[in-house]
Design a protein around this ligand. Structure first.
Ligand SMILES: [Zn+2]
Length: 327
């Protein structure tokens, strides 16, 4: 068995451009323009490398942001790029049999599968894959935050020797990180790491956190937040019903509220909402001591709040929906 560390660059149509209005037979988040891959042997030796440029078929105009980030030019893709089907055949042949993919993040394999589907190509061979970020987190600080590759390299004292935002460069640096992890253990314990991530405990909790819990199956955001201020809002010390004040929205479908137990005083409640695969809403809740830094941040937030936000949630019912989970 070999590990294949994969990194790709993809092109997206410029918003509002004719390409952006194109209806493709299979919806894709991006059209792959570059694949970089590095093999790691079962004994975790960094081995050979693969790289290919792909000539885009659907989004032929290269998004200038993509071009700027990757350094890839449209003319270069026209001259050096090979058609997707040819690139995939080459890549698959290079990978060989009995492979496990490792990627930095959740996007690459999803986009690879979408692109394979778009071309009517077999996608079963890329089905065994792991997000190396999750393994890295589980074997380092235990957090479930999504770290930039650069951050992970710094943590392992790995010096960048290849260009960033180049598929092969990123794959190579990812491979250096992966080679230092216990990949066998990491892939075996991946289910647990993933669960912690899916449950939304992104980022190590701040000091002063005294409880973390996940709640499932709310019909919508209002039902979820209602339960958090209502029946689930119980004191972490004595389990008596607490009183909430009001939710303050934070980026990333997060909300915070200061709740009060008649006996034990105030607690900061932080929740993050996310969509379950069945469309229902899941809540990840952290409770902090009121003396914590997180609670102080809440107090500052309340002071800065404008009167619009001060109105209770039920009076500003908007038809906002949680977007699809992107990672
Ligand atoms: Zn209490």
């Amino acid at each position: 068995m070999n590990y294949i560390v994969l990194d790709m660059e993809w092109n997206q149509p410029w918003p509002g451009s004719p390409s952006a209005r194109k209806v493709l037979p299979v919806q894709i988040r991006g059209e792959i323009i570059q694949i970089g891959a590095v093999r790691i042997t079962e004994t975790q030796q960094v081995a050979d490398e693969f790289q290919v440029l792909i000539k885009p078929k659907y989004y032929r105009r290269l998004n200038r942001r993509v071009s700027k980030l990757t350094g890839i030019k449209e003319a270069q893709l026209r001259e050096e790029g090979v058609p997707m089907t040819e690139a995939m055949e080459k890549f698959r042949a290079w990978c060989g049999e009995d492979i496990t993919f490792l990627t930095w993040g959740f996007d690459d394999i999803t986009i690879l599968r979408e692109n394979l589907r778009l071309y009517g190509m077999d996608e079963d061979w890329v089905s065994r894959w792991y997000n190396a970020q999750m393994i890295f987190n589980a074997q380092t600080d235990g957090s479930s935050s999504q770290k930039a590759l650069k951050t992970a390299m710094e943590l392992f004292n790995i010096e960048a020797t290849r260009p960033a935002h180049d598929a092969l460069g990123d794959a190579y640096h990812t491979a250096l990180i992966c080679a230092r992890l216990d990949l066998k253990k990491g892939t075996q314990e991946y289910g647990e790491a993933l669960k912690s991530h899916v449950n939304g405990f992104h980022g190590a909790e701040l000091p002063g956190c005294i409880s973390r819990k996940v709640f499932y199956d709310y019909s919508d955001k209002h039902a979820a937040l209602g339960a958090m201020t209502g029946e689930e809002n119980i004191c972490p010390v004595c389990s008596r019903q607490m009183l909430g004040s009001r939710w303050f929205a934070q980026p990333g479908h997060r909300y915070m509220d200061l709740a009060t137990c008649p006996e034990h005083g105030k607690f900061l409640i932080r929740v993050r909402l996310s969509n379950q695969p069945d469309g229902k809403v899941r809540v990840s809740r952290l409770i902090y001591e009121a003396t914590s830094e997180a609670a102080a941040a809440y107090a500052r937030r309340v002071e800065k709040a404008d009167p619009q936000e001060q109105r209770p949630l039920q009076h500003r019912r908007r038809r906002s929906r949680l977007p699809e989970k992107k990672d």
